[in-house]
Design a protein around this ligand. Structure first.
Ligand SMILES: [Ca+2]
Ligand SMILES: [Ca+2]
Ligand SMILES: [Ca+2]
Length: 335
């Protein structure tokens, strides 16, 4: 139904049917934006959710990757360094606070049969499919397992930091054709000397006509559940359950609980959750949601309580932190 798709699309300000733009911020971190070269060359950043349709052979080469010279960089961002290689990796994605996979699938079932799809969106690890990204002779494959997968270099930037390159994407199944539906995956871009980007999310829709009715719901769900800073359990709000998830994965590498994507679950993730307390998805119709005031007073109590409990239980994680606490305890005892 084209009209419904249009309405959802206009509401859906963050998810874009465009190319991936890569810029950097003042701190030297790669930042993902969007580059809509099909419509007036609109460039914007940050923007981390993309969606595209594959063709009837489950093949596609969009979105492409782009970088532009400083004169065209949007916002307060900066052009990439010149003559430097931009690459990407696939990043396993943690959904629902419990499952990690590098490729996800939703079949679009209206499980409660109410004619609405948004209330049924539920991705599962795509264990029956593979998605291969390729720029010959390089390729990288995600297969629904919990592993990060090393990608490859896309292109070397020009002297002024520009680049434009499309990788090929091929969806396949071990037996027969892949299931029709929506496939979700996550990528991060990298460049020597700069910090990796936060993950970008890509939804690839198969070409069958049966997919079109629920495609917008999958995109809308992703916008609401994948882009909220601090929402580590992807339930579209930032609250005590996110703290609990960080606590349960304390000291681990993530992705579960790693709110700031720095590869370790620790106090900085708690800080990010704190800074976004009660935040929910920002959409075109609810852009004031981010203005929700955090509650620092209750936060101090909460975090203090959390750490008191951890120290008391001797469960302050493993590795250096545990050793540090052990040293502190032994020095207090004078041993
Ligand atoms: Ca439904
Ligand atoms: Ca949450
Ligand atoms: Ca972290």
């Amino acid at each position: 139904m084209p009209i419904a798709i249009f309405v959802l699309g206009s509401h859906d300000a963050s998810a874009v049917h465009s190319d991936i733009l890569v810029v950097r911020d003042a701190q030297g971190k790669l930042v993902i934006g969007s580059a809509d070269f099909d419509n007036n060359n609109v460039l914007s950043a940050p923007s981390r959710l993309f969606h595209r349709e594959l063709d009837t052979n489950f093949f596609g080469s969009d979105p492409g990757f782009n970088a532009v010279s400083q004169a065209n960089v949007p916002g307060d961002f900066f052009a990439l360094p010149g003559n430097a290689s931009l690459g990407f990796d696939f990043a396993a994605l943690s959904l629902y606070g419990q499952t990690v996979a590098n490729l996800w699938y939703w079949d679009g079932a209206d499980a409660n049969e109410n004619g609405d799809y948004l209330d049924d969106v539920h991705f599962e690890p795509a264990i029956a499919a593979t998605l291969t990204a390729r720029i010959t002779p390089f390729s990288a494959v995600v297969d629904g397992t919990a592993n990060d997968v090393a990608g490859f270099n896309l292109q070397t930037t020009s002297a002024t930091g520009g680049m434009h390159r499309h990788a090929n994407f091929q969806l396949a199944a071990a037996v027969g054709a892949p299931a029709q539906g929506l496939y979700l995956l996550s990528m991060r871009v990298r460049m020597d000397g700069l910090a990796k980007s936060d993950p970008l999310f890509l939804i690839l829709a198969t070409d069958d006509a049966s997919v079109a009715p629920y495609y917008p719901a999958g995109v809308a769900w992703a916008e609401e559940h994948l882009l909220v800073p601090g929402d580590v359990n992807t339930d579209a709000t930032v609250n005590i359950f996110d703290v609990n998830l960080v606590s349960a994965h304390w000291g681990q590498q993530g992705p579960t609980g790693d709110a700031n994507y720095d590869g370790v679950v620790n106090i900085f993730d708690i800080n990010l959750i704190s800074a976004n307390w009660n935040a929910a998805a920002v959409t075109a119709s609810s852009s004031s949601a981010m203005a929700t005031v955090p509650e620092p007073a209750s936060w101090m109590l909460l975090v203090a309580g959390l750490f008191a409990w951890r120290v008391r239980c001797g469960s302050a994680g493993s590795g250096p932190r545990r050793q540090m606490l052990a040293r502190q305890k032994s020095s207090l005892r004078g041993t």
